[in-house]
Unconditional design. Structure first.
Length: 184
């Protein structure tokens, strides 16, 4: 663990404030759940909780199925990073931080369908993503218990590829199923 040099006192209710700089760096937002661990040295560890991360194996099954069925790169993310990828290099995408644009779309519950053939600008999916590699994209939020818990992204690098209504309906259905699984 890295030392920050920041010391905080616990108040009478057992609360401690996580400094703004640390929250910003770790992308911890108001209302985000944190897991609390203790280790054998008596240290207390706070870890950002990812409900989508809990079903990472199932998420991988979904991305595999979407890739085989639709032929597009398929990614599932929690609110911060990619947790499952199919159809693209795992080392280039897996556990990479979402781009600010993709994160904002999810946060605002916007469904984005982009086709370069229609003159639409592609969106970086992860930080430092090369948008010129994509010819079409589809980005949807995954919602559970009225909260955005992650996102589903489809993309293609193939010349002439398009996101169609069929792609959109399959992706919407997948998001609803994942969201319902998260509620159980």
């Amino acid at each position: 663990m890295r030392a920050t040099g920041i010391v905080r006192k616990i108040d009478e209710l057992g609360r401690v404030v996580i400094p703004k700089e640390i929250r910003r760096t770790l992308r911890i937002r108001e209302g985000d759940p944190l897991e609390i661990y203790t280790d054998h040295d008596g240290e207390v560890v706070l870890k950002k909780y990812s409900p989508i991360g809990e079903i990472a194996a199932i998420a991988k099954d979904y991305t595999d199925s979407l890739y085989r069925t639709l032929g597009h790169i398929a990614l599932i993310s929690d609110r911060d990073a990619i947790v499952a990828v199919s159809g693209a290099s795992k080392k280039d995408q897996f556990e990479k931080t979402l781009s600010h644009e993709a994160d904002n779309l999810l946060k605002e519950r916007v469904t984005a369908v982009r086709n370069i053939q229609d003159g639409e600008r592609m969106i970086p999916l992860i930080m430092d993503d090369a948008i010129e590699q994509y010819t079409c994209q589809l980005i949807l939020p995954i919602i559970a218990d009225t909260e955005v818990v992650g996102g589903l992204m489809l993309a293609s690098r193939e010349s002439g590829a398009r996101m169609t209504n069929v792609d959109l309906k399959v992706a919407e259905t997948t998001c609803v199923i994942i969201g319902r699984q998260m509620e159980q």
